[in-house]
Each structure stands twice: as structure tokens, then as C-alpha cells.
Design a protein around this ligand. Structure first.
Ligand code: FMN
Length: 183
């Protein structure tokens, strides 16, 4: 397991950003895997992610409130700046095409984007989308830009997609995502 950048043992504090992909339910498995590995996990979720997975589920699995709106004063103690310095790894999984575009543009319009922009921690992005979205030149360009920022792209992988087709765009296996983030 990787050592904490603060020199206090293994990496423990992970911020998981969840975005609006059909694969968002797999974020629950990622949270479970990280917690099982001994990590403290905080979740942030986009409004579209919350159409796919409930904040109650993410909160129960991570044993912490979920950050959904940094304009909400009740969430200020977990606002983007404190999350950005708290986290030893920032993981966005699943990462939609739209979120990748916003991150590539350096946007800070929500807790996930603002945290990614503010953090000094390593950033991992696990894209999930249809093959056409992944292969579009705009997404290809965004992926290249994001790798240029030093972020690690975890997948996507080829396999069965929610559309019923088989191809590139499937979220990397949650266990493998956990393994890579903690490696
Ligand atoms: C049923 C359904 C499934 C979707 N799955 C994906 C997906 O896997 N990947 C993706 O990039 N967008 C997907 N979308 C589109 C995103 O939800 C949409 O682009 C949204 O604006 C993303 O917002 P967010 O990145 O802020 O969460 C899906 C939309 C619907 C209605």
C-alpha cells in the first residue's frame, strides 16, 4: 500500500467524487472496498450522480455526510478547500464525459471540480461512458489534457455496456480501481 505523503503510514484519506453515469451504483462497491482496506472515505456527488445513487447509501457506506452542494452552509465544514487538503488521494469514479470536459477546462463549478482544482493530492479519474462518447475527438482531447495535468486515468475498459452493446467505455472493475488508487 502507498505511504501517506504526510509520512504517517499508509494512505488513508480518500475523497471519492461520483458523477452521473449509469455506473454510479458501482461507486458503492468502491467505497466499501476502500473502507475495507482501512481508508477514511468522504464522498462528493454531482446532482446527476444523485439521480443514480442515493446520498444516504454513500453516507452509510462511507460513514460520513456526502458533499453535494458547496453553496450549502451546512456543508461548509467539508467544503472544497478543506476536502482538498484533507484528501491524500482524490478519485472520481465513475467520471462522465461531461465531468472530464469540465476538469479538462479547469472549471470549479461544483465540489468535485473545485476540489480537483485545489488539491495537491494525486488525482485518479475512472471514466465510464458509451464507446462513441469515449472515442469522440473531444473526449480524446480531454483525456490527453487531463493526463497532461498529471492525473491518472483508470480505464475505461472494454466489455458489456449498459446500452447492451460490448465495447470500450466500461468502468474499470471497482476492485481494480481500489487496488490502483492504493498502490
Ligand atoms: C440513463 C443515463 C445513463 C447515463 N450514463 C452515462 C455514462 O455512463 N457516462 C456519461 O458520460 N454520461 C452518461 N449519461 C449522461 C450524463 O448523466 C450527463 O452528461 C450529465 O450531464 C453528467 O453530469 P455530471 O458529469 O455533472 O454528473 C447518462 C445519462 C442517462 C440519462
Amino acid at each position: 500500500m502507498a505511504r501517506s505523503p504526510r509520512g504517517r503510514g499508509p494512505v488513508r484519506r480518500i475523497l471519492l467524487g461520483v458523477t452521473g453515469s449509469i455506473a454510479a451504483y458501482k461507486a458503492c462497491l468502491i467505497v466499501r472496498g476502500l473502507v475495507k482496506a482501512g481508508c477514511e472515505v468522504r464522498c462528493a456527488a454531482t446532482a446527476h450522480a444523485l439521480k443514480f445513487v442515493s446520498p444516504l447509501t454513500l453516507a452509510a457506506l462511507s460513514r460520513a455526510p456526502v458533499v453535494t452542494d458547496f453553496m450549502d452552509p451546512a456543508q461548509w465544514d467539508m467544503a472544497h478547500l478543506s476536502l482538498a487538503s484533507w484528501a491524500e488521494r482524490v478519485l472520481v469514479a465513475p467520471a462522465t464525459a461531461d465531468t472530464l470536459a469540465r476538469l479538462a477546462a479547469g472549471r470549479a463549478n461544483g465540489p468535485i471540480e473545485a476540489t480537483v482544482l485545489s488539491t495537491k493530492a494525486p488525482v485518479f479519474l475512472a471514466p465510464a461512458m458509451d464507446t462513441e462518447m469515449w472515442e469522440h475527438p473531444a473526449t480524446r482531447r480531454n483525456a490527453t489534457v487531463l493526463e497532461g495535468f498529471g492525473y491518472s486515468l483508470l480505464g475505461p475498459v472494454s466489455g458489456p455496456l449498459a446500452s447492451g452493446r460490448v465495447g470500450m467505455g466500461r468502468l474499470m472493475d471497482p476492485e481494480e480501481i481500489v487496488r490502483r488508487v492504493l498502490a
